[in-house]
Design a protein around this ligand. Sequence first.
Ligand code: PLP
Length: 416
Amino acid sequence: MKTLSLPDQKEHQEGEGDCSGLKVPFHRAAVGEEEARAACEVIRSGWLTMGPKTFQFEAEFAKYVGARHAIAVSSGTAALHLSLEAAGIQPGDEVLVPTTTFTATAEAVTYLGARPVLVDIDPATMNIDPQDAARRISPRTKAILPVHFGGQPCDLEGIGKLAEAHGLRVIEDAAHALPSEYRGRRIGQISEFTCFSFYATKTLTTGEGGMITTGNPEAAERMRLMRLHGIERDAWKRYRGNGSWSYEVREAGFKYNLTDLQSAIGLVQLSRCDALQRARERIAERYLEAFSGCEELAIPSIQSDRGSSWHLYVLRLRLNRLSTTRDEFIEALQRRGVACSVHFIPLHLQPYYRRAYGYQRGDFPRSEREFLSCLSLPIYPSLTETEINHVIRAVLDTAAESRKTQVVAVRGGHRD
Ligand SMILES: Cc1ncc(COP(=O)(O)O)c(C=O)c1O
């Protein structure tokens, strides 16, 4: 039998001499032989879809984040959809969503015929600004969907107060926030609903997948029902030796279940979650140390009462000190072999949100300003010392090369 070969993550070791020509990808998934073995075990078991591995994954995930209930689903987007549905969001309702996010956050609101109402961000954290959210509340507003951008938790106290004052449901989009902490409490145990994503680039991956955590037992029951066609009993129970062939369709549900194949990978990833976070945090510390003295760069600041998963390392350029745009800066890094990304193009600048809701350029000035200056650097556990040093060198060299030269005004006439 052919053995599975996984990418060699130790390709570039420290001490390697010449790094010119080195290519640092934006992301490499932190999966290895253990995940491969777990997936093979499921294949050999003969039970591929949702079953014992998924239920074990849910139980261990709930314990890890400190939640009462965890419901495994096929994506972070499915998690958002099921949470909004369980929260009773109806056609015509409004849900507050930051404009700096991935389209899935707002798109899930539209699945229920509700309207995503975009909100500007706090430039310090790039998270939703509760004060701007307050200004956009109407009698139709039913929920708020804060996104923990890059892994740094939102101002959950401010959001909680706003929600209480206006009777809003809180659904956290924690696609980036595993594991993250707010005032010593892990994300996943604080608000009524928390939605995680296990997409390929996320801090815990099952290829595709997601999880909802909640402390609300009725909502948990509803989401378990709706994730599998609204059928009251899942296939696992139905086809077990002593199970019955009979089932009841209670609602028009969805096909959103997570498979045992994915859950087996998820269980291994969960057991490594703390170690993987520490590895990303160490890289963030190296970047912080290297870039904090560079006047052209603004480093990410983590508030003292929060802990970040460091899913993203978002650098901001001080464009007034540079002769290049952000796009040119990224191209220069690319030429030096460093792949970057940008998180996110604000939703109000996207054709769909402009067409459907009339948003325009200029509507959310802070979000637009940060978008024009931000770029995300590679940050993942398999980055080697050589690669980290290469990224640092490339960023500092690019900043130095595009530094604005000071024009000294010469007054009073002639100079030889
Ligand atoms: C902020 C945010 N929310 C939601 C999602 C959707 O997650 P998924 O791709 O698992 O559906 C993503 C995915 O990239 C995301 O970045």
